[in-house]
Design a binder for this molecule. Structure first.
Ligand SMILES: Nc1nc2c(ncn2[C@@H]2O[C@H](COP(=O)(O)OP(=O)(O)OP(=O)(O)O)[C@@H](O)[C@H]2O)c(=O)[nH]1
Length: 379
């Protein structure tokens, strides 16, 4: 839109009320539609239009730190041949220009017709203007919710003017529009940040809801979801889905004799052993309940898994050395190439049967569900 306004019209646009009205409506349209990521371009375009329209040499926005102890030049437009100062004007401390900060905070504006005429008390401020060859300058406060947050200003370099009421009025209008735009962008950015934090917190909660806090394994709820997913895949692809149920032997007695904390250590150690054995893509280990674990292995053969399960039995027995109490587990294995009507409950029931056999046959052993053996043998 600004680009559509010819430069010769933009120049001196504010010299008539009509021209100024047009300039304000162009600036307003662009700022209303701008988003936080376009803020730099749109606000600097607004400053350019203000500068060209009012024959200024430099127009800028400064923003104060929260406690008004510092200010930084955040947006700047300079006319052809005029040096830009934005990079040098960052984090300027109030002590460097007490005169300027006091005036701004008290009056909400500063008008300098001739920098050379500034009083001695203007010290650092006057030096800065003269260093930049600025003769006349004007700055008008930007307010958000009644609080001074910065200012919009302009300079004349190597030339001088007598500011009139109309100049101030025009600058105040632009300052209000820019302040509203910055405030809106800040709110939008805060909203986006809050939204991102909420999404992250929700994802974390969802993960926690599926995790067993003692062992860090997937919990029963997570297992149900994963198993459902794997079952559907196995049905579609007609490949075997194998489950191992691992149950610590005489765990109640172990708790009673060595204490609950010791029992927890045993559970964590068994979880670690299982995780280190079943980590092929698609395999996962879950804590099913108190002292029961479930291992889900898609596309694996029973023989292959039985070899792994034997290694697990051996490693669990070795825990006695480290933990000081004898530990063994019983493992039930069930495998099926599921039909369209197979459910996760069917699979769990059958693997439970297998672990029951293992317990009945003396514990510290592996039993494969006979149904799995016969079905796989005939498939
Ligand atoms: N330390 C500890 N104990 C738990 C936890 N969750 C469940 N338990 C205990 O685990 C024990 C499970 O006992 P049972 O189901 O009787 O099984 P078991 O004593 O291992 O007997 P078998 O399975 O027949 O060998 C119960 O005493 C529960 O209180 C836990 O998070 N930590």
């Amino acid at each position: 839109m600004l680009e559509n306004m010819p430069k010769q019209h933009a120049n001196h646009a504010s010299s008539t009320e009509e021209g100024f009205g047009l300039m304000i409506s162009v600036i307003s349209m662009q700022l209303i539609n701008s988003t936080p990521d376009q803020s730099q371009t749109h606000i600097e375009h607004a400053l350019a239009l203000l500068g060209r329209g009012g024959s200024k040499d430099r127009c800028y926005v400064f923003e104060f730190s929260k406690n008004h102890s510092k200010m930084s030049n955040t947006y700047e437009w300079t006319n052809d041949g005029i040096q830009a100062h934005k990079p040098d004007l960052q984090d300027i401390p109030a002590e460097m220009m007490p005169y300027f900060f006091e005036r701004m905070l008290e009056d909400g504006q500063i008008l300098v017709d001739d920098a050379k005429m500034l009083p001695e008390s203007a010290g650092g401020f006057r030096d800065e203007l003269l260093r930049e060859n600025i003769r006349s300058m004007m700055a008008v406060g930007m307010y958000m919710e009644g609080k001074l947050v910065g200012f919009v200003g302009c300079d004349l370099v190597n030339r001088q003017t007598q500011w009139v009421e109309r100049d101030i009025r025009q600058m105040r209008l632009v300052a209000d529009m820019i302040a509203n735009t910055i405030a809106r962008h800040k709110t939008e950015e805060q909203l986006r940040a809050t939204e991102a934090q909420l999404l992250e917190a929700n994802a974390k909660l969802a993960q926690l809801a599926r995790q067993d806090s003692l062992t860090g394994l997937v919990n029963r709820r997570g297992l149900d979801e994963c198993l459902e997913h794997e079952l559907r895949r196995a049905i579609r692809a007609q490949h075997p889905l194998t489950l191992l149920m691992v149950d610590v032997d005489f765990f109640k007695r172990l708790n009673d004799e060595h204490g609950h904390l010791h029992g927890d250590e045993v559970l964590k150690a068994v979880a670690d052993i299982l995780q280190s054995h079943f980590k092929r893509t698609g395999e996962y280990v879950a804590r099913f309940g108190g002292d029961e674990f479930m291992v889900v292995c898609p596309q694996s053969e029973v023989d292959e898994l039985t070899v792994q399960a034997k290694k697990v039995l051996a490693r669990v027995r070795l825990l006695e050395k480290r933990l000081g109490s004898p530990v063994t587990v019983s493992i039930g294995v069930h495998s099926d190439i599921p039909s369209a009507t197979t459910t996760t409950d069917d699979l769990m029931r059958e693997v439970d049967v297998a672990v029951y056999f293992a317990k009945q046959c003396g514990r510290n052993r592996i039993e494969v569900n006979p149904k799995a053996q016969s079905k796989l043998a005939t498939s």
